[in-house]
Structures are given as structure tokens and as C-alpha cells.
Design a binder for this molecule. Structure first.
Ligand code: NAP
Ligand code: MG
Length: 404
């Protein structure tokens, strides 16, 4: 069969450790035999980031703005321990994801890959729930203070135009803790636009929750800005039969548990941090969680939600066969190829993405899966733990059969 042709490259960001090994295997077994792949390749492996003084990350993000679609492998974010592990590092380079996110001004959407054999802990969840987490400000960019004597704390804003406003935070009669948090209207607007755009792109309802009954001004601004931004997207929502639904965070939590799934839940930074761990665990496994960074203009960068799976990598280096789950990384590739196909009007490329996903899901549903999933299947389901290579070979066989 002839290979599928591409017209525009997608940005390929290579990464580290076990996921870098998976990256090669996935390309070799599941993509290159079927697609005449065109990518703008950037090596975001830690040592190459170090050699380029992290310029490669910036270049990759800028290329993503240019081409509109990227797929990224998991990468090491260096910490103290990594500095000892890699003595050649000249700096503790920042998280590549953070750098890319700020250049693309994007919002991260996380969606679980669901299969029949693994039932969510919440028994009525039938469809995936996507969490959109605002990735700027609030407690993540707050300043903190701890004091030990009675006194009072005030908060002053000094405008560049000479204006000034001061508020009494609190007067206390003893030791206390304090926190000053902020967010930027521009960031909240970008967050809102990315959410509305992604809801349209994936044809799902959008929920948004804050605590505006308590934080009347702060969370109230989030609610208002979302309402304002929604005006521009309303006609498309109506045409697609989608709804935008705002509710209080505590009400949202209760409704999410009672729901069937199948929508996007937009959360403020902290809520998204906490809720995404709860939702992903309840759906099954981090190895089955996909992630996409979406800019307000629709630029998308696809990746797995998990890290570089270091422990498996060290076993791999010792020559052992590992049973590392490649699903989320495969779905990052299929997501990017589907998007490329949509943007370039290449239906056969988008169709290939769907077939690739189907082949992998069929393989899992036939009971062929990596070790992490075997422990999660429902009682009575016959599953067999295989190595990564065996899983990819089985999926490749199915894919070839689907494509005839
Ligand atoms: P991790 O790589 O996600 O792995 C944590 C554990 O989760 C693994 O040891 C493994 O458990 C299990 N696991 C995760 N993905 C799996 C998969 N695909 N198949 C099977 N099991 C899987 O997290 P980490 O060990 O905390 O972080 C490792 C490195 O990744 C760090 O350097 C961190 O900076 C980086 N990281 C990168 C990203 C990113 O680029 N987006 C995100 C998170 C972390 P068992 O060992 O029990 O099998
Ligand atoms: Mg977290």
C-alpha cells in the first residue's frame, strides 16, 4: 500500500530516558511504515538542551507557532539529584514544558484513554472527562509571609499612572501567616479562549467552576471574563449544540461524580492541579493519560501526561525487556497527525490517526497489554502482560490489517 503523504511538517520534540526509547519504537513500528512523515525535528533531550543552553526548547516552541502542530516526548526537568547524575550540566535548566507553555500562551487539557476492560472507579463514568487547568498565577506565583507578633497587614497597589489603593488585609493579635496572590486579566482571557476553542474543536460541552461566592472580586473576575469571551464563541457553540456551563467548584465536584463524563472541565490553577490527579487516578492510570497544550489561536502541542519513566529506563540499560506502556505517547502522535490532517485538509492522514488509535485499543481489548494495566482490568477479563515490544508488534499487526 502506498504511504500517506504530508504537505506541512509537524514539529517533533524528542525527549529523555525510557520515553525516548518508546519514541523510536513507535515511529519505527506504527508510523513510518504507513506515513511519509514530515517533521521539523528538535532534540529536547537533556544533554542537547544543555549544549544549546536551552535555545533548542525556545526554537521548538517558535517552530510550533509557525507550523501549528507539535508532538513532544517526555523530558527530564533537572533538579539537584539530576545535577549530580549529569555532572556536565552547566545550569539547572527550567522545565521545557513551562518554557513552551509560556511562549505558546497555552492551556493544558488532559484526557484519559478509556477501554472497556478497565472500569473507572466512579461506576457511572462512561466517557472521558477532560480537565483544562489554568497554568498561570494564583497561589503558584504568590508571596508568603509568616509573622510572630500582633500587628496588621495591608496590601497596596501602586499604578504606573500614580494612582494608589490600600486595603487592610487583617489585624491580628498574635502570630500569623499571610499570602499575596494575583492573576493577570490577559492570562485569564487566553485561558478562556483556549477552553472555548478546544470545546469547539473536540465538540464537547465546557464546564467552568470557581468559588466566586467567597472570592467575590478575584474569582468573580474569572467568571465575568469567561462570560465576556464566550460571546464570540456563542454562535459556534449553538451551531454545534454545545453548552457552556458555569457553576461553583463545590457544586461542580458533586456533578462530576454523578455525571457520565464526556465534557471539558475548566479549572483554576490550584483546582486543576488537585482535580486532575483525582480524575486521572479514578479513570485508571497515568500511563493512559494524554495531554495537549492549546493556544488561543488553536496551535496544539500533544504529549503524554507521564514523565520519562526513569525506573524502567535503568532496567532497559541493564539489557532487560521492560513492559512500559506506550499508549499515551502513541496517542500524542495520533493527536498530532489528526490535527495536521485537519489543518491541511488531508482526510487520509486524519483517518490514519483514527486507525492507529483503533488498532491500539483493539489490542488492549483483546487482552494484550503492558504490566501496569493488567492489575486494573475488571474481574473475569483475561489479560496477558507483555513487553513494550510485543505490544507494539501486536498493535502494528492490527493496524496493517485495518489498513488492508
Ligand atoms: P514518571 O516518569 O511518570 O514515572 C513514575 C512511575 O509511574 C514510573 O516509575 C512507573 O511506575 C509509572 N509509569 C509512568 N508512566 C508509565 C508508563 N508509560 N508505563 C508504565 N508505567 C508508567 O514520573 P517520575 O519518575 O516522577 O519522573 C521521571 C522524570 O520525568 C523526571 O525527571 C521528571 O522531571 C520528568 N517528567 C516529565 C514530564 C514531561 O515531560 N511532561 C512530566 C512528568 C515528569 P513503576 O516504576 O512502578 O512501574
Ligand atoms: Mg499535581
Amino acid at each position: 500500500m502506498e504511504k500517506i503523504q504530508m504537505t506541512t511538517p509537524l514539529v517533533e520534540m524528542d525527549g529523555d530516558e525510557m520515553t525516548r526509547i518508546l519514541w523510536q519504537m513507535i515511529k519505527e513500528k506504527l508510523i513510518l511504515p504507513f506515513v511519509e512523515l514530515k517533521t521539523a525535528y528538535y532534540d529536547l533531550g537533556l544533554l542537547h538542551r544543555n549544549e544549546t543552553r536551552d535555545q533548542v526548547t525556545v526554537d521548538a516552541a517558535n517552530a510550533t507557532r509557525k507550523y501549528g502542530v507539535a508532538v513532544k516526548c517526555a523530558t527530564i526537568t533537572p533538579n539537584k539529584q539530576r545535577m549530580e547524575e549529569y555532572p556536565q550540566l552547566t545550569e539547572m535548566w527550567k522545565s521545557p514544558n513551562g518554557t513552551i507553555r509560556s511562549i505558546l500562551d497555552g492551556t493544558v487539557f488532559r484526557t484519559p484513554i478509556c477501554i472497556d476492560a478497565i472500569q473507572p472507579v466512579v461506576k457511572n463514568w462512561k466517557k472521558p472527562i477532560t480537565i483544562a487547568r489554568h497554568a498561570y498565577g494564583d497561589v503558584y506565583k504568590a508571596v508568603d509571609l509568616r509573622t510572630s507578633v500582633p500587628g496588621e497587614c495591608t496590601m497596596t497597589f501602586r499604578g504606573e499612572d500614580g494612582s494608589e489603593e490600600t486595603l487592610l488585609v487583617q489585624k491580628v493579635d498574635g502570630a500569623a501567616v499571610w499570602q499575596g496572590a494575583h492573576n493577570k486579566e490577559s492570562s485569564i482571557r487566553s485561558f478562556a479562549r483556549a477552553c472555548f476553542q478546544y470545546a469547539i474543536d473536540t465538540k464537547q460541552d465546557l464546564w467552568f467552576s470557581t468559588k466566586d461566592t467567597i472570592a467575590k472580586v478575584y474569582d468573580g473576575a474569572f467568571k465575568e471574563i469567561f462570560e465576556e469571551e464566550f460571546e464570540a464563541y456563542k454562535p459556534k457553540f449553538e451551531a454545534l449544540g454545545l453548552t457552556y456551563f458555569y457553576t461553583l467548584i463545590d457544586d461542580a465536584v458533586a456533578r462530576v461524580i454523578r455525571s457520565e463524563g464526556g465534557y471539558i472541565w475548566a479549572c483554576k490553577n490550584y483546582d486543576g492541579d488537585v482535580m486532575s490527579d483525582m480524575v486521572s487516578t479514578a479513570f485508571g492510570s497515568l500511563a493512559m493519560m494524554t495531554s495537549v497544550l492549546v493556544s488561543p489561536d488553536g496551535t496544539m502541542e500533544f504529549e503524554a501526561a507521564h514523565g520519562t519513566v526513569t525506573r524502567h529506563y535503568y532496567r532497559h540499560l541493564k539489557g532487560e525487556q521492560t513492559s512500559t506502556n506506550p499508549m499515551a505517547t502513541i496517542f500524542a502522535w495520533s493527536g498530532a497527525l489528526r490535527r495536521r490532517g485537519e489543518l491541511d485538509g488531508l482526510t487520509n492522514l486524519s483517518q490514519f490517526a483514527a486507525q492507529l488509535e483503533q488498532a491500539c485499543l483493539d489490542t488492549l481489548n483483546a487482552g494484550v497489554m503492558t504490566k501496569d494495566l493488567v492489575g486494573l482490568v475488571k474481574p473475569g477479563f483475561q489479560a496477558q502482560a507483555v513487553t513494550t515490544e510485543a505490544f507494539l508488534a501486536a498493535a502494528a499487526e492490527r493496524l496493517a490489517a485495518i489498513r488492508g
